[in-house]
Design a protein around this ligand. Sequence first.
Ligand code: GDG
Length: 498
Amino acid sequence: MTSSNTEDYDFLVLSNRLPVDRVVAADGSASWQHSPGGLVTALEPVMRAADGAWVGWAGQADLHVEPFESDGIQIVPVALSADEVENYYEGFSNDTLWPLYHDVIAPPSYHREWWESYVKVNRRFAEAAVAIAAEGAIVWVQDYQLQLVPRMLREARPDLTIGFFNHIPFPPYGIFSQLPWRTQIIEGVLGADVIGFQRVADAANFSRAVRRLLGFVTKNPYIEVPETIGGEQSRRVLAKSFPISIDSRSFEQLAREPAVQARAQEIREGLGNPKTIMLGVDRLDYTKGIGHRLKAYGELLTEGRIQVEDVTLVQVANPSRERVQAYMQLRDEIELTVGRINGDFATMSHTAISYHHHGYPREEMVALYLAADVMLVTALRDGMNLVAKEYVATRFDESGVLVLSEFTGASDELKRSLRINPHDIEGLKDAIVRAIDMPREEQTRRMRSMRKRVFVNDVERWSLDFLTALRSSRELPAELAEDPLGELEWTVDRVRRP
Ligand code: GDG
């Protein structure tokens, strides 16, 4: 790895996917379209102010593109071969780490050639960053696809300040320990100065894995890392929760637009004006509990507790990872169930489930949120679940009920939702009926309190908190970790740990 710099950036973000998509027009000409995710919105101002660049993959195999600028952000593409897409991305990232980190809901596959590809691609990302990072730059590495990058960066460039944020859960040690390369992964992440997780429990799981595998001393929220991991000296690494959020104001703004409200009305009418519209919005992923949701809804119809004329379920199932076997199978299962329920209960004028296997523009999503009286988030495990927060942000008239799985990061914050255990189908059914029947005053009380939370803790706050922690990590006084409050927090956290 070389550390000679040609271009110098003071702030780098590394993520598997770039925040832009390559679009090819009918005439064959290609252009780049900004994908307006929350992460981009949060980091755009920082990027502009701090002379930043974004390093990532453009989403297509064998695409070699020179760095370019898109909407004021410097984009630095990392190329992946078709083999690497198969082994590093679809294989190790999506079929090993993803199921392992989500409580082994699906069985993870362990293949040595996938791992080798993961190491190789992580090295390529690290090299790309090293080549363009200014002396003393801040590098923020995103997510589980790049867990080896922090250590690689530190070894090549001890001058860098390195952050790592894990968007998905970090599993309990009993599960994590299955991974044949568990030690390498932990050591890779520990190259960072600050390690961020969605939930307190994720950070605790990580620290426990560090203690069990490496025997390092941890004193919540710090981990004492000796010089053997990527450095000339020992370091105190901060590992704690920084719950991610959304650009709440922009969601509310969109919801207040007359055209979007008119569209929400049109959606209601299109569905035959049922008394209650329930909504699910998910990537078609086995972690999202779509099957559990359908089961509960189907049983309520069978038992006559709800009628198809009164209650319609709209399910947006965004296509995802369509080349991975488990996802193909999931799609078949879900679509079979949807077909059965519709076959059994739909009438000429009312569908039971309005099912959509495609993505929609942001405006349409917001119109759907506005049209929905009840939002169903029934994930079996989810790092955060931004959909839950988006629903809350759009409900400016304070109506609507959020049914929310306790296995999402969002449930730590949205305590006034109707929290459910999606495995408990009877409990889920009761919660759905309760949501349908909830008086308006109770909806308002709950929604108002959740909205406060989502507007105070927005994505800007998230990135500021993380970057502040990152900046101060380098000049952290040793005494800070030894203060009595730190001790107390540590104890409380140990007691709370499930
Ligand atoms: C991972 C973690 C964590 C969905 N369909 C459409 C669409 N979406 C948007 C939603 C939301 C986003 O995609 C999905 O975010 P989630 O948080 O719900 O879930 P994951 O994709 O699994 O995200 C998760 C997240 O990272 C962030 O850290 O919360 O736990 O798994 O913003 O609105 N957007 C549009 N059309 C669609 O059809 N425009």
